[in-house]
Design a binder for this molecule. Sequence first.
Ligand SMILES: [Zn+2]
Length: 431
Amino acid sequence: MPSQRIPTAFTFLFFISTCARGSLTPPEQQIANYVAAEKDANVELLQQLVDMNSGTLNAPGVRRVADFLRPRFEQLGFTCRFIPMDEVQRAGHLVCSRTGTHGKRVLLIGHMDTVFEPSSPFQRFVRNGDSATGPGSSDMKGGLVIILGALDALKKAGALEGTNITVFLTGDEERPGEPLSVARRDLIEDGKKSDAALEFEGGVQTAGHDAASISRRSAYQWVLTTTGKTAHSSGVFGKNVGDGAIYELARILYKFDTELRESGLTYNVGVAAGGTTASYDLATATATASGKVNVVPAQATAAGDIRTVTDEQYKRVCDHMQQIVSEHLPGTSAQIEFKEGYPSMPETAGNKELLSELNQVNRELGLDVMEPFDPSHRGAGDLSFVAPYVASISGLGAYGNGAHAPGESINLARQTDQTKRVALFLYKLTR
Ligand SMILES: [Zn+2]
């Protein structure tokens, strides 16, 4: 039998501190209430989205998700257009916007695709109480539901009137079409026309507390190829033969490993091959080689990535790599090619200002004050393409675990908090 509750000093103090934190204005409280009222409906919406396969290469599936979302944005007063991306062999992007007279021009960035193609055994949404598993559940169909939930609450509160908001949902975030200059052309154009960009990739935490990304590292690829003189192996190191392509490849990779390291930088070698013939296919990240143990190898190749905190760091490290590549062992030559990729998103004053405005919302809602997330712990994203032009922040999506692997999950219990946070953040930005 429960004992009678007597207010103690502790509960009294708790009450005071809760009051001090929670200071929503009546319209803000109304928006928060509208969000909370849609909790169950939003789980249903998420289930419908997750059960619709939209692996990046499943273009009809991605378009089905766009067709499903489009009327929902139109109901909220947005005008939508679908931008086909056939020229880069991808489904395309859904862009919904509304123009108004006041507040910041806000760009909301998300993606409709997932890493789970129709061939994956992981296809369905399965709820287990306060969490659920499903392909793309937290990365990032949960984020799509947060966007819709926040806009819906603002609409009900009459707070969408007069606002400038564009929702840009790419169809190929997980495996962007190439060239990126085409695949991200329209996103960049919308970024240039905005004052603030908010990305809805999975929410992040530091030591159990909600965090936000206001800087992200770049992600580029490089492909290294070396050549040597083919000959009988007994002649290796000789004046007329030299060291062969594989020793040259090994020399370069060893120098990368030992000479380039610095704070904020990583560079991985993902694949390597060498022999009498060797080649690398960028589209499938496959290296193939054939040779004989008694033949000096004529060709070798390796491919990897490079991630930096600033573009200056990227250029400087590229120059250093280039210089290492150019020093050849006897009888060999080498070349490195840097491919287009995601630019870095440095921590700018504008990004910090956005985070402090978001933290004002967090204080009012009694949620964690979000610290900037360490950029070395997360990958690049679509936000990076617009970050050079507009104040940018990420970390407003769904909380979950195991993104990109079968069993990926979403913490449903956090969806309402996150949606309130986004709704009130948008409310402040668009006043
Ligand atoms: Zn994602």
